[in-house]
Design a protein around this ligand. Structure first.
Ligand code: PGA
Length: 259
């Protein structure tokens, strides 16, 4: 496909700002700069660590993009406890995860909320990373494709297609997240191929080809190469293994040598 792969680390609710700096420095010493020219990398620390991570990335010229895990859909206002996309943009955040299954499940985010967040991220000139994925019950019922299609259509409803060329969509089957049971590479490819065909119906094939599709769910250094060697898998979204600088650097290396 000729696209540059993307490896993203979602740190979830882990690391104080001090621990985040240590983790980033431990990752940096393990990164090979020439390999990094072949792959894009983003890290998504918790909100409280973004400023510290951004300072270290800039000071040490570390070739990773700064990402966030969520944001509100308004730029400001009376929303106690929330963080706005304009605040993230001002911090140098480039990518924002929207619609992660943990947010859908534990914080009851709907497709409509996710669509509003996606448009807020775009309005603030950042890249949305939209997560979609089926539950185990849905997979067993043969409802995977229908679920992916409805999440995609729900999130992209009403969004100007011209703004979507940098969109990233992560296929994250819920049953594979944090379980140590990654999808088989063929299943990841089939799901991503389906996502691309729905994107093609919604946005046209030219745009659908530009959108990066990631696989996420129990990615580790041993399964990365096989996952990203699939035609429609343009990278990986890594949770648990991104907290271990050794493993995360090994995943980046695998992706860079395969892509
Ligand atoms: P995991 O999480 O790699 O720990 O399975 C993936 C994710 O939730 O993005």
């Amino acid at each position: 496909m000729g696209r540059k792969l993307l490896v993203s680390g979602n740190w979830k609710m882990n690391y104080t700002h001090l621990e985040a700096i240590t983790a980033l420095q431990a990752l940096d010493v393990r990164l090979n700069r020439s390999l990094l020219a072949k792959v894009d990398v983003s890290i998504h620390p918790p909100f409280t660590a973004l400023r510290s991570v951004q300072t270290v990335v800039e000071a040490d010229d570390i070739p990773v993009m700064l990402g966030a895990q969520n944001c509100h859909f308004e730029d400001k206002g009376a929303y106690t406890g929330e963080v706005s996309p304009s605040m993230l943009a001002k911090l140098g955040v480039q990518l924002v995860i929207v619609g992660h299954s943990e947010r859908r499940t534990y914080f009851h985010e709907t497709d409509d909320d996710i669509s509003r967040k996606l448009s807020a991220v775009l309005r603030n000139k950042m890249i949305p990373m939209l997560c979609v994925g089926e539950s185990l019950a849905e997979r067993e019922e043969g409802a995977t494709e229908a679920k992916l299609e409805s999440q995609l259509r729900g999130a992209l409803a009403g969004i100007d297609r011209k703004s979507l060329s940098d969109l990233v969509v992560a296929y994250e089957p819920i049953w594979a997240i944090g379980t140590g049971r990654a999808a088989y590479p063929d299943d990841a490819e089939a799901a991503c191929r389906h996502l691309r065909s729905v994107l093609s119906q919604l946005l046209g094939s030219e745009l659908a080809e530009q959108i990066r599709l990631l696989y996420g769910g129990s990615v580790d250094p041993d399964n990365t190469a096989e996952l990203v060697s699939n035609e429609d898998v343009d990278g990986v979204l890594v949770g648990g293994a991104s907290l271990d600088p050794e493993k995360f650097a090994a995943i980046i290396k695998q992706a860079a040598s395969t892509g």
